[in-house]
Design a protein around this ligand. Structure first.
Ligand SMILES: CC(C)(COP(=O)(O)OP(=O)(O)OC[C@H]1O[C@@H](n2cnc3c(N)ncnc32)[C@H](O)[C@@H]1OP(=O)(O)O)[C@@H](O)C(=O)NCCC(=O)NCCS
Length: 163
């Protein structure tokens, strides 16, 4: 069996939680530091609106990655821009799963009428930056000392792609 990308269901909360927590612990993906629980992710899934879908990558029946389209900013003028997340299980990274998740998120974003995808990445996230560049994202710029993680200042890279 190959890889299948599908819409997430509430039953995926446990797998999504475990994969998200790996990304948080690795300190490469996000300035988030609070680990999640399956119940918290279940509630998160339950409140998603149609314009902010969550998808999973399933390999031989097992969830090995997830992605989501997220609100960029709440003011109405920004409604054509989506932020997004992609997380692949630690042991399954570098095997094309992130690329398949991003391809599907782009497809969904077009279907949902978005005009642009935007993201913020950490400068040392080589896999993330390579993925976005491969998909034609442009670097808008770098915020210097935009946040703190584990007590030290970090820069963030802002990227965008017009759909
Ligand atoms: C970032 C992430 C989603 C990418 O998914 P992936 O399945 O590992 O990536 P893929 O195998 O699809 O590779 C995508 C591109 O990145 C490149 N790449 C993958 N791993 C890499 C690495 N460690 N260093 C440099 N480039 C890398 C691939 O060569 C490929 O580029 P190409 O198409 O030009 O050959 C995944 O590594 C991950 O979940 N990381 C932790 C969470 C995270 O950082 N999320 C993004 C937050 S901004």
């Amino acid at each position: 069996m190959g890889l299948r990308i599908r819409a997430a269901t509430l039953d995926d909360a446990g797998a999504i939680c475990a994969i998200y927590n790996q990304g948080i612990e690795d300190r490469i993906a996000t300035l988030e530091t609070a680990l999640r629980t399956p119940d918290e992710r279940r509630a998160w899934l339950a409140q998603r609106e149609a314009r902010h879908p969550v998808i999973v990558a399933e390999e031989d029946g097992r969830v090995v990655g997830w992605g989501s389209l997220n609100p960029f900013m709440t003011r109405p003028g920004y409604r054509f821009v989506a932020d997004f997340s992609i997380y692949v299980e630690r042991e399954r990274r570098g095997k094309g799963i992130g690329s398949q998740l991003l391809a599907r998120l782009e497809e969904l974003a077009r279907e949902l009428g978005y005009h642009k995808l935007a993201l913020t990445a950490l400068p040392w996230n080589a896999a993330g930056l390579a993925l976005y560049e491969a998909f034609g994202f442009r670097t808008v710029g770098v915020y210097t000392e935009q946040g703190q993680i584990d007590g030290r200042w970090v820069d963030t890279v802002v990227m965008e792609k017009l759909l």
